[in-house]
Each structure stands twice: as structure tokens, then as C-alpha cells.
Ligand binder design. Structure first.
Ligand SMILES: [Zn+2]
Length: 339
């Protein structure tokens, strides 16, 4: 069995392998960036190919040929944001959510128990409890309701994981919980302390980590980190920009993920030791330098900004692969430097 306790000690950055793949990268390329853990999206995998298919194929790690660590989310954040924004049809209720996938038209039910079942079938190493994630700008009352429901669901998830699967002892897997409480630091702290009483392997800062101006919600994040033990996973979900990761790490968070790394790469926006660079800009057209002279990734060791600019302008997928390799390598070095 894999030793997952390292997740409670060191700092990790996880790229998003939403559907069981980090877009444009092979698993070998992913390993070469120094990535040790990734996070997959339970909702997307639930809809396609479905947890039973994944289980039949030996789990997501076998499918990917990936020897590292796999996290799953609970599927809640995605479902609730799709339902709240009315992009998907369905409803949130006391037991979770019932919804219809617009593509296949199938109806699904996500409950605390089914969320654990799905994550088990996917074959992740670290599972997450289903939480009542709501919109931004909640009233105090709505935030309190969300916290109470999140706590109830956390108990049900833990029961499912311990009683039906035998917990960590039997599975070797870890279970983490999500802290809600919107932008009320005292509610955040209350939610975190109650979850600690129930007992989990880690505590994830849920909901929105940045405010309307894009700034980290530092007060709420501090309230949570001060309420959880240091020898657990302390996951700042969706953080974020390099400067935000540095800030959250100083506060005591040790696990991060963001779609920015891979998404920016696909748009030609890259992180370097001298700041952000936009490869699509016309001044890159004759620039013979590598993306980052201090980087030893496959992209920087072999190709010029000008060549990448040319490929991006012409829609060559190879450029997307190379820039994703670079951005991810940059993030893993950043994390390595903070450890
Ligand atoms: Zn590089």
C-alpha cells in the first residue's frame, strides 16, 4: 500500500486531471514535471465513463498508468455550481442533489453515501466528503445552514467510509472533509472545529478562496488553519496564483491545486522566474531565448519563444504540450522551494 502520510507533512501542488487526464500531457510527461499527486473530478467521471466502467478497468490509476497519488473531489462543488447557475436541471435537497446531465439525459443522485461509493470505484487514494457548497455572498443564515448540512453530510460520509469499507485500516485510503462557512470567519472556525471532533485525515478550505477583486480571503483562511491540527492534510482548494500559494503556505496550508497552470499554458501565458510572459504577443516572433533561461524542462531546454509563438499562432498542439510541461514544472519548482 502507498504511504500517504507524506501528504500530511510536505507541500504538494496537484494539477487537475479533470477527466482522468492532464490535458495535452502523457502520464510520462506529467511525471517528468515533478508532479507527485493529481486531482480528478468526480462529477465528470460519474457522467462519463461512469464509476462502474472505471472499476471494471481497474481504477483510474491503472487506466492512466499513473503511480503517483490521486485525489478526488466529492462532485459537490461542480454539481451545486451547475445547479445554482441553472446550467443543469435538478435540485439540491437534504440528502444531496438530484440532477440531469444535459448531454446523456441520465438522472443522477449525489448523496454523502453515493459520493463515497463513486470515489471508491474511481479508485482514488484520498477521498473528500460531500459538502453543501453554495453561491457567493451568502447571508449569515444561509451560511449557517450550509455549515450544519456540511457537518451532517461529513458524518454520513465518514460512516460510509469506515463501516462499509473498513476505513483507512482496510483500504489504505484517506478521507478529508471540506470546511464551509462562506465569508464569516467565526463560522469557518466553528465548522473546522466540529469536523476535527468527527476526525478526518485532512481539512479542505471549501467554497470561494478569492473575493470579488480576486484577492485571497485571508481572514477566513486563517480562521480555518488555526482550528485544525498541523499533522493533517491542509488543502487550500483552488489556490492559485504563485503569490497566493506562497501566502497560503506561510499560513500553514500544504496542498494546492488550480486550473490556471494548464489553462494559461493553453492560452500561451507562461510563468517564468522573471514574471508572466505571453507567447502569443508579436514581440515573441523573433525571440530566440527559451521561455525561462533558469528552467530545465523539455520546453526550455530545446525550443525558442519564437518557435512556440509560431506554433501557437498556427494551432499546433505540440506548443500546448510544451507550454503545459513548462508551467507545471515551474509550479513544482515553486512548491519544492517552499518545502
Ligand atoms: Zn521550462
Amino acid at each position: 500500500m502507498m504511504n500517504l502520510d507524506i501528504l500530511k507533512e510536505k507541500l504538494f501542488f496537484m494539477p487537475d486531471a479533470t477527466r482522468g487526464a492532464v490535458r495535452y500531457l502523457t502520464t510520462k510527461q506529467l511525471e517528468e514535471t515533478g508532479t507527485q499527486a493529481l486531482v480528478t473530478n468526480t462529477l465528470h467521471l460519474l457522467v462519463h465513463p461512469g464509476p462502474d466502467v472505471i472499476q471494471q478497468l481497474g481504477g483510474i490509476k491503472k487506466m492512466m498508468g499513473w503511480n503517483g497519488i490521486v485525489f478526488t473531489d466529492s462532485g459537490g462543488f461542480q454539481v451545486f455550481s451547475l445547479l445554482h447557475s441553472k446550467k443543469w436541471k435538478g435540485k439540491v435537497h437534504e440528502n444531496g442533489a438530484t440532477f440531469k446531465s444535459p448531454k446523456e439525459g441520465n438522472t443522477y443522485e449525489l448523496t454523502p453515501e453515493s459520493s463515497i461509493d463513486i470515489q471508491m470505484k474511481i479508485g482514488s487514494d484520498v477521498l473528500v466528503t460531500l459538502d453543501d457548497c453554495r453561491d457567493t455572498n451568502l447571508s449569515r443564515k444561509e451560511a449557517e445552514q450550509s455549515v450544519e448540512r456540511t457537518l451532517k453530510w461529513a458524518v454520513r460520509c465518514k460512516d460510509r467510509f469506515s463501516k462499509d469499507y473498513g476505513g483507512t485500516k482496510n483500504t489504505g485510503k484517506l478521507l478529508t472533509a471540506v470546511v464551509q462557512g462562506a465569508n464569516f470567519p467565526d463560522l469557518r472556525s466553528y465548522c473546522a472545529r466540529e469536523l476535527v471532533k468527527i476526525g478526518f485525515d485532512g481539512y479542505n478550505f471549501g467554497g470561494y478562496v478569492v473575493d470579488g477583486e480576486g484577492d485571497l480571503v485571508v481572514d477566513e483562511m486563517s480562521a480555518v488553519i488555526e482550528s485544525v491540527p498541523k499533522d493533517t492534510i491542509r488543502y487550500a482548494m483552488g489556490v492559485g496564483k504563485p503569490e497566493d500559494i506562497i501566502r497560503a503556505a506561510k499560513m500553514g496550508y500544504n496542498l494546492f491545486d488550480t486550473v490556471l497552470v494548464t489553462r494559461n499554458a493553453r492560452h500561451g501565458t507562461v510563468y517564468t522566474s522573471e514574471g508572466i510572459l505571453r507567447i502569443k504577443n508579436s514581440d515573441m516572433g523573433l525571440d530566440m531565448r527559451p521561455v525561462d533561461s533558469e528552467c530545465d524542462c523539455e520546453c526550455c531546454q530545446n525550443y525558442s519563444r519564437a518557435y512556440l509563438h509560431h506554433m501557437l499562432k498556427n494551432g499546433e498542439a505540440t506548443a500546448l504540450t510544451l507550454l503545459t510541461i513548462h508551467n507545471l514544472t515551474f509550479y513544482q519548482k515553486l512548491i519544492g522551494g517552499l518545502s
